[in-house]
Design a protein around this ligand. Structure first.
Ligand code: ATP
Ligand code: MG
Length: 328
């Protein structure tokens, strides 16, 4: 059976990019694979977080997983820092990774660009991510396009470990959607949409009110033409909006082109806003019921227990292979 591990950082309000690129895949996969979905709170610490906000955001990501359709009976949802094996194997991975290969990670370059100082954790975070995945012997990792390079690093580290210490880790494959794997910012179609972007007009939050969604889509940049046509190279902004439309409505890109032939961007954007509102409203309703509930904390406690059972088994095998003295 396929084993899935993926995660989301509680580094802000989840965006429609997180939903279309990641969570939507998670919901589909839980029916056909053994799934572990993490709230990556240690990863969020790679950039400064307000303590109280971090705690709230952690619960919000958990509530959003369930609100989007993850079933606690089918999938294991847990908070990364509740399972200490992650940081333990993370250290081992840091010692296996090379300084140079971490320096080549484009996400580090993007996130550190223009900053006066960046944490060492931002630099080494792909090694903790490798540990997250390898602990569960995940065969597949559903992620957005931006995580492809980190997945390659995870495979390299797993292979390096296996060669040096004997077969231990499964080499995981990324699962990246062809359409939706990279939703772009509303204000700049050359940058990916990100929840940590300080400009809220760059993204649609999964918790945005209908009127906010309408306003943001209305303001989204387009091009100087009027034709609703899918061409990610020449018409990146409108192609991005069409992608969001297609994934929320279930219509194909061709059908959308057909529907808006000769109609211009105004009509298209107004309809897109309604399609997004219709997609997000039921999720928001379920979210509001869940986020303050005692059941949410209970699910997370159970999830951490189930996750730790699997993770600790792998960690024990690793400790033995690399020569750490057994406890007791
Ligand atoms: P941050 O800005 O804090 O890095 P983020 O929006 O990039 O936040 P992550 O928590 O880093 O979100 O990533 C969670 C998941 O969402 C990952 O699988 C990632 O690949 C996916 N993802 C993030 N942004 C997009 C996007 N714009 N389009 C598609 N998938 C995305
Ligand atoms: Mg990210």
């Amino acid at each position: 059976m396929r084993r899935i591990l993926s995660g989301i950082q509680p580094s802000g309000r989840l965006t429609i990019g997180n939903y279309l690129g990641a969570i939507k895949q998670f919901v589909a996969l839980q029916h056909e694979a053994e799934c572990f979905f993490m709230i990556a709170d240690y990863h969020a610490l790679t950039v400064p977080q307000e303590p109280e906000a971090l705690r709230q955001q952690t619960l919000q990501v958990a509530a959003m997983y369930y609100a989007a359709g993850i079933d606690p009976q089918k999938a294991t949802v847990f908070v990364q820092s509740h399972v200490p094996a992650h940081t333990e194997l993370g250290w081992v991975m840091q010692c296996l990774a090379h300084f140079g290969e971490l320096g080549r990670m484009t996400q580090f370059k993007d996130k550190s660009a223009g900053k006066e100082s960046v944490s060492a954790g931002l630099f080494t975070y792909p090694t903790l991510q490798a540990a997250d995945i390898l602990l569960y012997q995940a065969t597949h990792v559903p992620v957005g396009e931006d995580q492809k390079q980190h997945l390659e690093l995870t495979r390299d580290l797993a292979e390096r470990f296996n060669k040096r210490f004997g077969e231990t880790f499964v080499l995981p494959e990324p699962l990246i959607q062809k359409v939706g794997g990279r939703i772009m910012s509303l204000d700049d179609p050359t940058k990916k949409m990100s929840k940590s972007n300080p400009n809220p007009n760059s993204y649609i939050s999964l918790l945005d009110e209908p009127d906010v969604i309408r306003k943001k889509i209305k303001r989204a940049v387009t091009d100087s033409e009027t034709e609703v046509r899918y061409d990610p190279e020449k018409k990146a902004a409108i192609s991005n909006l069409m992608t969001i439309y297609a994934l929320c409505s279930g219509l194909s890109l061709e059908a959308i082109e057909e529907r808006y032939r000769g109609k211009g961007y105004g009509v298209f954007k107004a309809d897109l806003a309604e399609v997004v509102v219709e997609t997000l409203t039921p999720i928001q309703e379920r979210y509001r019921e869940l986020v303050e509930s005692a059941a949410l904390r209970e699910h997370l406690a159970e999830g951490a227990e189930r996750a730790a059972q699997v993770a600790n088994r792998t960690l024990e095998a690793v400790r033995e292979k690399i020569g750490l003295l057994p406890r007791g």
